[in-house]
Write a protein that binds this ligand. Sequence first.
Ligand SMILES: [Zn+2]
Length: 303
Amino acid sequence: MILKERTKSITHRVLESLNFRMDLPVEEKLKYENQVKGWDGEKKFDFYMNQFHQSGLALNDLVLNYRDTVFQIDSLYITNDSIYLYEVKNYAGSYFYKEDSFFTESGYQILNPLRQIDRSVTYLQNVLLRLGYRLPIHPIIVFINPEFTLYSLQPNKHFLFSYQLPKHLSALSNQNFSIKQEHSNLANKLKKLHNEDYRPDNLPTYQLGQLKKGILCSICFSLSHTDTRQNYLCTACGHKETITTAIERSIKEYKLLFPDNLMTTSQIYEWCGKNYSRKRIRMVLKLNYQSHLSRKMTYYSDN
Ligand SMILES: [Zn+2]
């Protein structure tokens, strides 16, 4: 059972928004493309996972803190006797694995996913201890892309290739059990510890003035749309939603990009490309942010 659904990271969402609102520098563009690739790989993993009924509990995209360190886990699967920790890699092409390092065909060394997963295991073990649990952790690196080939002389028990994944998940699914209360408690505690607001400090720098204004389509990120009285209709892909939902999305995106800015009707009016009346914007802001002060959002009416 999935206890925590996968959500895009703040880095992914910020880069996504910037990518469609400004010309990203080459390096940031590359980072964005890697985020998309990673996300596609993780969704593919979820797709396989969902093909099988699992008695254990799955937590996706967990961001956890241990002391001053933040670490991220692609997927965690909790059973009654152990925890599976999955790191999903969407590499494509040929790679070489030698002397505990990964190299591309042209000889470039890339970040070693084994070291990355080792680090996650160590931190997770500490988090578990702090919560009063001792459970073996099985780290698994899933190479999800069928177009990936690894040339290696040393087999590694932590590697799982795309063609092996269905068999692995089916074996897991054959362990029919009802999850112990204490493990279900653990899963819920980990879910609670998920650091949803984590903002890494290597996000690109940008200013409001640089960004294209208007509402991005939630499906194809186009800025062009036509509207009826109540509905927003993307002219690029045909996606339709209510104008209220479209404005709400845009407010969230503004808050994501500028968490420290005060939100005023005028600012959101301009952010939405001056397409909707201030009155309408004010109504949506009031609806969402005046009665929900606990959401840590501040709305200032400047009429
Ligand atoms: Zn669209």
